[in-house]
Design a protein around this ligand. Structure first.
Ligand SMILES: [Zn+2]
Ligand SMILES: [Zn+2]
Length: 129
């Protein structure tokens, strides 16, 4: 069985553990595990930076526990649903469309703004009136 030494973790692994880079027509120098852990690490760094930019605390109650904080689209009624990665990139890129809210405040905001109502239900309500 062919083996290759990963440049990052220095472990000898079967060649199948390395991605094949079509552009360079050869296997990558990092093993799959190293690619995965590196991309998770860089995502966490970006996530922390985006949270920092937005003040690092809930804009409603001020809680700083990251486990309950989420990125909230200030004008959630637009119904746009950006993916987490896109939001992080937009925040770091200087977008002011987002704020940090904890799950509680996010839920309350939705109740108050009726963001929770499914769109078709709202349309039907309009028709009745
Ligand atoms: Zn490795
Ligand atoms: Zn809160």
């Amino acid at each position: 069985m062919d083996a290759k030494i990963c440049y990052r973790c220095r472990e000898s692994k079967p060649t199948s553990e390395f991605y094949f880079n079509k552009t360079q027509n050869r296997r990558t120098t990092w093993c799959r595990d190293c690619f995965t852990s590196a991309s998770v690490a860089s995502r966490n760094i970006l996530l922390a930076r985006a949270r920092d930019i937005l003040g690092g605390r809930c804009q409603g109650c001020g809680i700083t526990d990251q486990r309950v904080l989420c990125f909230d689209h200030k004008d959630g009624r637009k119904g746009k649903r950006e993916s987490g990665d896109l939001i992080i990139r937009m925040v770091i890129g200087g977008s002011d469309e987002f704020q940090l809210l904890c799950h509680n405040c996010n839920h309350l905001k939705r109740l108050e703004r009726r963001e929770f109502a499914p769109r078709d239900l709202r349309e039907r309500v309009k028709e009745v009136r």
